[in-house]
Design a protein around this ligand. Structure first.
Ligand code: GFB
Length: 323
């Protein structure tokens, strides 16, 4: 991928897309193409094909989608399956129509069966029933893998798929009803600290396990795979390590609000009991993650506080009320 290649990042405003844009800029790529939702509805094939015809991207990072945490997935399954199926279909098809040289599609580790053997290797796909809280999203993500494989098989397209573990970092969604675990915890502990509250509510029993990866590590892996990976088989991207929800919440507590106490709300879902990915295949391509969880939580918390302060200043409030 030459530094002046036309590189399209579909989903550039999201957690993942914005990290990929930062990584590409740092590497010196000069022609990064983006299109916001206001300009291009990725669910509409004619709009997407028209955009590809006009812009002719040579490389595509397909990281756009409707995403969310366990609650959003379990309460909005229609949006999660429709939006994602459509987005994957339109972008993959347009990339084929307009001769994109290579496309990297990003799925999710929730594609694997609920009770898959841990750590989950790539060949665990379609070997058992899915986790019901995110089945609709997982089916759309599995369809994305199959799309890339089908276009590779029938038309010879160099389309590859990567399956990241749970991600976090700057530009994440911190809305408590739709966010993932880590941004929710950062916000809850921060708001409790600001309000002088000692109790912080954590959903579920605290016993499920999650593997968390900083999105800058993921973006680095995506660039690496775009440059060095070209197989029909999807490839896992993760750290290979996981912790219980209780341990993760405790790590956020230590950094954000050490005086706080965790209170578990068992009326909220636990979701998948465990889903740590096997990264043997990724390691064999010569890539390793570098960002330790505590460092990632610290920098993401700083980012969150900076954003809160910037918004408060815009509204004319004293920034000190947030610290
Ligand atoms: O990140 P998360 O929402 O999604 O994590 P999943 C859910 C786990 O964290 C559950 C616990 O065990 C929750 O009980 N948890 C504790 C919380 N407190 C909170 C909280 O305040 N907010 C949230 N959201 N969770 C999603 C899938 O699964 O992960 C998607 O639904 C996708 O399909 C994504 O794969 C990566 O890890 O359960």
């Amino acid at each position: 991928m030459p530094l002046d290649a036309r590189v399209y990042v579909a989903g550039h405003r999201g957690l993942v897309g914005s990290a990929i844009v930062r990584r590409l800029e740092r590497a010196g790529y000069t022609t990064i193409l983006t299109a916001g939702r206001d300009q291009l509805d990725l669910r509409d094939q004619s709009e997407v094909s028209h955009w590809f015809k006009a812009n002719r991207p040579e490389y595509v990072f397909l990281v756009a989608g409707t995403v969310g945490g366990v609650w959003a997935n379990s309460t909005r399954p229609a949006e999660f399956i429709y939006d994602n199926l459509m987005i994957h279909g339109t972008v993959v098809h347009a990339a084929y129509q307009y001769d994109t040289a290579k496309l990297l599609y990003l799925g999710s580790s929730c594609i694997y069966p609920r009770l898959a053997h841990q750590p989950m290797a790539e060949d665990a796909l379609l070997t058992g029933p899915l986790e019901p809280t995110n089945e609709a999203y997982a089916i759309a993500k599995i369809a994305g893998i199959k799309l890339c494989q089908a276009y590779r098989q029938q038309y010879g397209c160099d389309f590859v798929s990567a399956m990241p573990t749970n991600l976090y970092g700057p530009n994440d969604n911190f809305d408590l009803a739709s966010s993932h675990l880590l941004p929710a915890l950062i916000r809850k502990f921060h708001e409790a600290k600001v309000a002088g509250r000692r109790e912080v509510e954590v959903w579920g029993t605290g016993s499920p396990m999650r593997e968390l990866m900083h999105v800058d590590d993921l973006a680095d892996a995506c660039l690496h795979l775009m440059l060095h990976y070209s197989e029909p088989q999807h490839i896992n991207v993760g750290t290979g390590h996981d912790l219980t929800i209780r341990e993760i919440a405790d790590a956020v507590r230590r950094i954000v609000h050490p005086d706080a106490r965790l209170v578990f709300d068992t009326s909220k879902p636990d979701g998948t009991p465990r889903k740590v990915v096997d990264i043997t295949r990724l390691r064999s391509t010569g890539w390793e993650p570098t960002i330790a969880l505590d460092d990632g939580i610290r920098s993401t918390y700083q980012w969150f506080v900076d954003q809160q302060q910037a918004h408060a200043e815009l509204r004319g409030m004293p920034a000190t009320s947030l610290a």
